[in-house]
Design a protein around this ligand. Structure first.
Ligand code: CP3
Length: 354
């Protein structure tokens, strides 16, 4: 096995990591959220044989799926194949991925007693298969100079799944608990931040070169005052601890255009933004002391090339060659995206900026 220190030196000059550090790059790096997934026939072939949790919990399969988009396209970073929800299993929740529907938690958190009962295991205790998958994937990627991104869900997004038991339209149960039981909310968010921070540190130890926290639902659920009161302290805790890993951190959220400054105040070397604000407007709100990741509308990948190209050109024009732009979508890639559009997008971003 390659020692971790040597791994870091090998990928240190990768354009993706340079952009995270806001250094000048030879071209704009690109990776795509959910880049390993159902739009790829190679992924579908694996999923035809194995369940979602089975793929994530079998290191060889998770590593293989992680590499699929890297082998198919000239992407500048890989992201370890897992999901934000498996760490909830170790905390005591019974998670299932229901075919065609998405995640379901059979024993959601409904009371303060449930919150008290939630365990806070170390990553080594409950996420070992993913840490092993990171070791396997990094061993393949490092000689190719491609960094591997580790990730976790941010506390609010995980709390919403833990409380609602699955996806939600209005987050009513989550917000009811948040508003009426502040002490229980504090305990829940602290437990989630602690478990996720430990998991992030362990991922870097296993070979990840950068870390992303997904706060996918925060902005869809809460206005700025609630965000500052009920989310910000715990995201700060998460990013403060994650910074100890010495790897760049990416703070991604959606629906937070109205309060990107407050999002950035939580921490993160890179702020991941959705498509709701033009990239230049978002960057000005965040501040140029941070790198930015985004922000092509994922729907653009379903349109013919001339339409797609115009939207890509717009993102690049707004980044205007400023050091610290990582090209990505504003949210995850859709399952019905044509593979050729992904190839064309990746090649075009490199050609147009190189
Ligand atoms: O980006 C990657 O390629 C790494 C893998 C990854 C997955 N999920 C794989 C996955 C990552 C980083 C995630 C994050 C995730 N998961 C988020 C945050 C990011 C976001 O998109 O907002 C959230 C909210 C989840 C929860 C989740 N997982 C949902 C709501 C669903 C069902 C909806 C859907 O897209 O199918 C999943 C399942 C899931 N996670 C799939 C994949 C590839 C599809 C599983 C399958 O049927 O093969």
């Amino acid at each position: 096995m390659i020692p971790v220190i040597e791994k870091r030196t090998l990928v240190k000059t990768a354009v993706f990591l340079q952009a995270c550090r806001r250094e000048e790059t030879a071209y704009t790096p690109i990776w795509l959220m959910r880049q390993a997934g159902r739009y790829m026939p190679e992924y579908q072939a694996i999923r035809a044989q194995y369940g979602m949790l089975e793929v994530m919990q079998t290191p060889e399969l998770a590593a293989e799926v992680t590499l699929q988009p890297i082998n198919a396209f000239g992407l500048d970073a890989a992201i370890i194949f897992s999901d934000i929800l498996p760490p909830l299993i170790g905390m005591g929740l019974d998670l299932e991925f229901v075919k065609g529907e998405g995640p379901l938690i059979h024993n959601p958190v409904t009371s303060t007693a449930d919150i008290e009962r939630l365990r806070t295991p170390s990553a080594a205790e409950h996420m070992q298969p993913t840490l092993d998958a990171i070791r396997l994937a990094a061993a393949e990627l490092t000689p190719r100079g491609i960094p591997l991104i580790g990730f976790c869900g941010a506390p609010f997004t995980l709390a919403s799944y833990a409380i609602e038991g699955g996806g939600s339209k209005n987050y009513a149960k989550t917000k009811a608990l948040m508003y009426t039981e502040p002490a229980a909310w504090d305990q829940l968010m602290r437990k989630l931040a602690t478990v996720q921070a430990d998991y992030l540190l362990a991922q870097v130890e296993a070979g990840a070169s950068a870390l992303q926290a997904f706060d996918s639902w925060a902005g869809l659920a809460l206005g700025v005052k609630d965000y500052v009161k009920y989310i910000q302290p715990y995201n700060k805790l998460l990013f403060e601890k994650a910074a100890q890993a010495g790897a760049p951190t990416i703070n991604f959220s959606t629906g937070t255009a109205a309060y990107l400054g407050e999002v950035a105040a939580c921490g993160g070397d890179v702020i991941g933004v959705d498509w709701r604000l033009p990239l230049d407007v978002a960057w000005a709100k965040i501040g140029y002391d941070r790198a930015i990741q985004g922000n092509l509308d994922p729907v653009a990948l379903l349109t013919p090339w001339p339409v797609l190209k115009e939207k890509v050109d717009d993102v690049l024009a707004r980044a205007n060659g400023r050091a610290g732009h990582i090209f990505n979508l504003g949210h995850g890639i859709f399952p019905n995206v044509p593979v050729d559009n992904v190839r064309r997008l990746v090649d075009y971003v490199h050609e147009a900026t190189g």
